[in-house]
Design a protein around this ligand. Structure first.
Ligand SMILES: Cc1cc2nc3c(=O)[nH]c(=O)nc-3n(C[C@H](O)[C@H](O)[C@H](O)COP(=O)(O)OP(=O)(O)OC[C@H]3O[C@@H](n4cnc5c(N)ncnc54)[C@H](O)[C@@H]3O)c2cc1C
Length: 372
């Protein structure tokens, strides 16, 4: 029975392990150096921007569409298998438009209509009517675009459910076991074992889904890894609490995610919201630490768009590092150069939650071809 090692149990590795567990005749081992969903996945807001993205063709759209479609079946499948719900917002996303750039959005709307995905364009009066109850003091809003297919899913809960369902289907999980850099069998570049800090596991195929840890797994001794380069791009976000009296959503029929110019507001239960996220390149971050000024800018900009947030209490804030590929497009899904049995499925940068199911489909296709 072929043995598959999946290294990294963030949302991408978990989705792959689960999806492969649906194939018969495989033995699957899922490894993580820590508990699952502690890397970038643990910091993510879980917003799935597919239909509303400007990617309309090629690989960028294919992965998004595969994910969109799979999420429709995956979430109920996982909820049934585990008996637990996966929190999030399945009502759709509202993107507030600050400029009346209608022709760009009308073009996208036409393309999406031909692809079978509705998008609604709202003028400012329509926004005021649809989002009645929301105080619309936030600057010169020109209108909005509503995308019912673009959901939000809580990434840690999703990852946990994927892992639970995968385990039910026989996937063996090895957490708190860091995989060592890939050993190479003499001359043929065929990875035969995964060595962790605890044991050695024989393997036939390896999928590397270790996020920013992927670099180190492939070539630990090189400062300038030629096979793959990933750069950390820090994101910071807030958890906010609004008292009932200050919460415009309390009596509003709309509880969707609101997004404006990279500022995302995610309504949670009990008057809480997530607000994020900064995009901080290494040059923005002294010693690789999150930039306090950029976090404050995010907060002030959010209040400018959504003034009711001024009355919110900041319960918490956090940061995470998005794995951004250098010199190639995100995500990186390709065989590792020089190996005949190792696939990279990493570097998902800003869209790992969105693209996890589509990535899992691609991995399945690769494996089926290998096994054929
Ligand atoms: C603030 C913020 C907001 C975001 N919001 C969104 C969003 O709204 N929508 C969206 O789609 N994306 C979002 N993202 C991006 C998303 O978080 C990432 O693209 C995604 O989590 C990448 O998932 P992953 O599984 O590849 O990596 P990770 O989640 O980083 O998982 C990699 C795992 O590999 C493990 N690992 C590393 N090295 C080893 C080793 N040697 N051995 C064993 N295990 C190892 C790590 O412990 C880790 O658990 C956001 C990111 C941030 C920081």
């Amino acid at each position: 029975m072929p043995n598959i090692a999946v290294i990294g149990a963030g949302v991408v590795g978990a989705a792959i392990a689960y999806e492969l567990s649906l194939m018969s005749g495989l033995t699957i081992d899922l490894f993580d150096a820590q508990e699952p969903a502690q890397g970038a996945t643990g910091a993510a807001l879980g917003i799935l921007m597919a239909v509303i993205s400007q990617k309309t063709k090629g690989r960028g759209w294919r992965l998004r569409e595969q994910s969109l479609q799979r999420y429709r079946t995956l979430l109920p499948e996982l909820e049934t298998a585990t008996g637990k719900t996966i929190p999030g917002d399945r009502q759709g996303l509202v993107k507030i438009l600050l400029e009346a750039d209608w022709s760009r959005w009308q073009q996208l709307q036409a393309v999406r209509r031909s692809q079978g995905y509705p998008l609604e364009l709202w003028t400012r009066p329509e926004v005021e009517q649809k989002l009645s109850g929301w105080p619309l003091g936030y600057g010169p809003i020109a209108g909005a675009i509503y995308s019912p297919w673009d959901w939000q899913i809580q990434p840690q809960a999703l990852t946990q459910r994927l892992i639970e369902a995968a385990q039910q289907r026989g996937v063996r999980c090895h957490f708190h076991q860091a995989a060592h850099p890939l050993p190479v069998a003499d001359s043929i570049n065929h990875c035969q074992n995964i060595q962790t800090n605890q044991a050695k596991f024989p393997t036939d195929y390896v999928v590397i889904t270790a996020g920013l840890g992927s670099n180190l797994l492939i070539n630990p001794n090189s400062d300038n890894n030629e096979s793959l380069q990933l750069q950390p791009v820090i994101g910071q976000a807030f958890l906010l609490q609004l008292a009932d009296a200050d919460n415009p959503l309390k009596n509003s029929p709309w509880r969707s995610v609101l997004t404006t110019e990279d500022i995302h507001l995610v309504p949670l239960a009990n008057g809480q919201f997530w607000l994020g996220a900064t995009v901080e390149f290494p040059s923005d971050c002294a010693n690789g630490e999150p930039n306090v000024q950029l976090r404050e800018n995010l907060w002030h900009q959010a209040i400018a768009y959504y003034p009711f947030l001024e009355r919110a209490e900041i319960i918490n804030y956090w940061s995470g590092k998005r794995p951004r590929p250098v010199g190639e497009s995100a995500p990186v899904i390709r065989p590792l150069d020089g190996y005949d049995n190792v696939l990279l499925a990493t570097g998902h940068y800003r869209n790992g939650v969105l693209l996890a199911p589509g990535t899992a489909q691609e991995v399945k296709t690769w494996l089926k071809a290998k096994l054929a």
